[in-house]
Design a protein around this ligand. Structure first.
Ligand code: HEM
Length: 236
């Protein structure tokens, strides 16, 4: 697999197959999200939901495959090894763009998972169609509590597996603790979001638009990183 990903690319002369494929898929997923936005704007709630669902599932499969094939932090490593431009461009343009890109990817992933759950909660299925409901949407305290307990339980189970079965480093435990911490924080943040935008339909539209804008910015920043690494400043 690694050998295949390191083969010459098909988009830019100095790109690798892995980089080109991941860039192409990033474009496809973002465009799918943006089409889903257009569908929502046209009032086609069910088609919007189906496309979002399809994009999310394919994106997750891709991320997991990518993680196993190349390990996390690939872009950063590739940046160090693959950037052939001047040092000041690397420090002042490349690294800030790459950092912004990675922050947006994390934010986009968190927000889109949140939005999927929020979408189901804010909609009623009427005659087979998802319709957003203009009503106060507050999490049931019991469901809220059990969600937190389930997150804590999965984290503890995962921690036991990585410590005693897979014998992973402290850094791996810390990374997982941060990931689960973020998930718990997002669930907790819902309490504040509920207060500031009580209407579920309005919340879905406002946060949904923010998520879509983040996805568009992810496309812009990944294009810039790709161009800098493989078109403008490739390492020869
Ligand atoms: C990543 C997840 C999601 C995002 C980013 C998202 C985003 C959006 C946005 C931006 C709008 C408003 C469009 C506009 O007026 O500008 C919208 C509307 C809507 N969404 Fe979602 N959505 C997501 C998931 C879902 C899910 C899972 C459902 C259903 C279960 C759903 C059902 C709807 C419905 C019914 C509308 C209203 C369409 C209309 O105006 O008639 N969404 N969504």
């Amino acid at each position: 697999m690694k050998e295949l990903l390191e083969q010459p690319g098909f988009l830019a002369p100095s790109g690798t197959f892995g980089a080109d494929l991941s860039y192409l898929l990033a474009v496809v997923f973002t465009v799918m999200f943006l089409i889903a936005w257009v569908l929502a704007k046209k009032g086609l709630g069910t088609q919007h939901h189906n496309l979002i669902f399809l994009s999310m599932v394919s994106m997750l499969i891709y991320f997991i495959g990518y993680y196993y094939a190349r390990q996390l932090g690939v872009l950063t490593l590739e940046g160090k090894e693959g950037f052939g431009g001047p040092q000041d461009i690397y420090d002042n343009i490349f690294i800030p763009t790459l950092t912004t890109h990675l922050i947006l990817v994390c934010l986009g992933l968190i927000l889109s998972i949140y939005m999927i759950f929020q979408g189901f909660r804010a909609c009623d299925k009427i005659e087979g169609n998802y319709i957003l409901q203009r009503r106060e949407l507050i999490a049931d305290p019991k469901i809220f509590k059990s969600t937190m307990i389930i997150i804590g339980g999965i984290w503890a189970g995962n921690q036991l597996v990585i410590t005693f079965i897979r014998d992973k480093s402290f850094a791996a435990s810390l990374a997982w603790a941060i990931i689960f911490g973020i998930i718990a924080l997002v669930v907790y943040l819902e309490k504040f979001i509920e207060k500031s935008i009580p209407d579920g339909a309005r919340r879905h539209k406002l946060l949904g638009r923010a998520t879509m804008i983040i996805f568009s910015l992810i496309l812009v920043t990944s294009t810039l990183v790709y161009l800098m690494l493989y078109v403008i400043y490739p390492k020869i």
